[in-house]
Design a protein around this ligand. Sequence first.
Ligand SMILES: Cc1cc2nc3c(=O)[nH]c(=O)nc-3n(C[C@H](O)[C@H](O)[C@H](O)COP(=O)(O)OP(=O)(O)OC[C@H]3O[C@@H](n4cnc5c(N)ncnc54)[C@H](O)[C@@H]3O)c2cc1C
Length: 307
Amino acid sequence: METQFDTVIIGKGPAGITAALYLKRAKHSVVVIGKDYGALGKAEKIENYYGLEKPVSGEELARIGIAQAENLGIPVLSAEVTSLEAAYGQEPYRFTVTIKEPDKKTDILAKSVLIATGKQRTGLKVPGFEEFKGKGISFCAVCDGFFYKNKAVAVIGNGAYAVSELEHLYNLTKNITLFTNGLSLEGEVPDGVRVVKGKIVKVAGEQTVSGIEAVSDSGTATELFPVQGIFAALGTAGASDFAAKLGLETGTGADSSTLITDKDMKTNFPGIYAAGDAAGGFLQIVKAASDGAIAAKSIGAELKELK
Ligand SMILES: Cc1cc2nc3c(=O)[nH]c(=O)nc-3n(C[C@H](O)[C@H](O)[C@H](O)COP(=O)(O)OP(=O)(O)OC[C@H]3O[C@@H](n4cnc5c(N)ncnc54)[C@H](O)[C@@H]3O)c2cc1C
């Protein structure tokens, strides 16, 4: 597989696929990476999108969009992006995108990146989680891990993203507990990392985090696990995780997982664009597709300047 592209698009929903169609037709090299069918895959019936003579399921529309891209020669990878970082000394490539497929990890270099990861679930609805965000609860091991050198930390999550955050922390402390919050663990954790599979019921603390209360392995009672820091890596890495690592501007409060863009879908980080639900606003297919087209136009203009 090629590992250098003009543009890497994260997300194979309407925003990502539309952007890919425009970029490819403008002769740019592009790859789309998507873990699943996203929000579109959950829609039972779509009737309000242009050109549909009959209602179609979201899953079918997603499949058709991906086939349309592949028919144009665009690689659409079924994989999860676990990390997006600036690439230094690799000009004109400015970003490294790390992807996790079932059996391997690959780094892809990109001149520009479009984040089209849809709307993200960022937290847990348990007492203490909102209260201790930024007071012991972090969303970025690369950014905040150093503050917890040799301390007791927790990672919350069960998939490839949680494992990649955990691997980063493992260089700083060996006192790590992974809480899968009732889900089964997908992947392997380094030696010595404790895994707690019970549901989390509370984040404990006073000024800052002091522990996590979770259902114990016996499944009958809850247990308080003392930790000084918590790294939330729930589900798949999404817009706000990439934002935390690169310093991308986001909304606040309920919009904290929305990436702020200008009218050309540019974020505040040169070379990074956002589109669709990840960029907030009207959470509909028509807007996601429109964002994707606009992002492709501005990415194309920037790529011409880089060449
Ligand atoms: C139940 C339901 C019904 C809906 N009904 C309608 C409707 O009738 N009409 C309408 O217009 N809209 C509807 N919507 C909204 C519509 O589905 C979304 O607005 C639209 O899908 C957004 O497109 P998107 O490309 O921004 O994101 P999504 O379609 O959510 O796609 C996001 C993509 O990003 C990928 N992704 C995320 N993180 C990563 C990662 N770390 N690595 C790799 N891939 C990643 C996902 O796997 C997915 O491929 C509905 C939504 C839901 C949930």
